[in-house]
Design a protein around this ligand. Sequence first.
Ligand code: FES
Length: 230
Amino acid sequence: MQSMENTGKDMRIRIVKNGPYRVSGNVPLTEKIIMPIGNHYVFKEGRVLPQSENYLLCRCGRSKNAPFCDGAHAKSGFTGIETASMLSYEDRAEFLTGPEIDLLDDDRCAFARFCDREQGNAWELTDQSDQPGYREEAIIAASECPAGRLVAVDKAGNRIEPEHAPSIAVIQDPERGVSAGIFVKGYIPIESSSGEAYEARNRVALCRCGRSGKTPFCDATHILVKFLDK
Ligand code: FES
């Protein structure tokens, strides 16, 4: 349930040219830690972060006060040119069919690994969704993808989306020894530095290492460059 003062209607993320993410509208901010349990993953709560109406989140990966911007982007000459497609998810995603459930996949992977379940990953579970319990597991594997890469689609063509209130989480990934991206939930509008709007989505992952090839979205480069925010 959202509180009265937190209805999401004024929430916004604006990308500052060659600079941070400017977040406005009292968007709740948390830190979450990716934890393995058996063959799947869960989130554990991380540090308690200060809450405010407006704040700047580091996009360049060089702040000494992460996850917040401390001005290091200007001193380091960060360019942060946005390279991601502005096309909608529907236009970018591939449609994969299974016997009892289908899957949309736009290949924008933040390497959160929530597509892994005990019996297999989202693609394997979709392929074998006529096995007992696999359809439900395929839906969980797709729905828990925080990057929104995967969306389960039922045989009537309905997309299955979890209910998320608007929020932002900065991610730590100790299993890989890195800090990961910024997970944005609940259709918060994201505006490019040119003023153009990206498609508002229920789940999306933004880059905060400054090195993604699909800026502003996370493409898991933080693992390759061993990004650590502290
Ligand atoms: S974007 Fe400002 S310090 Fe990184």
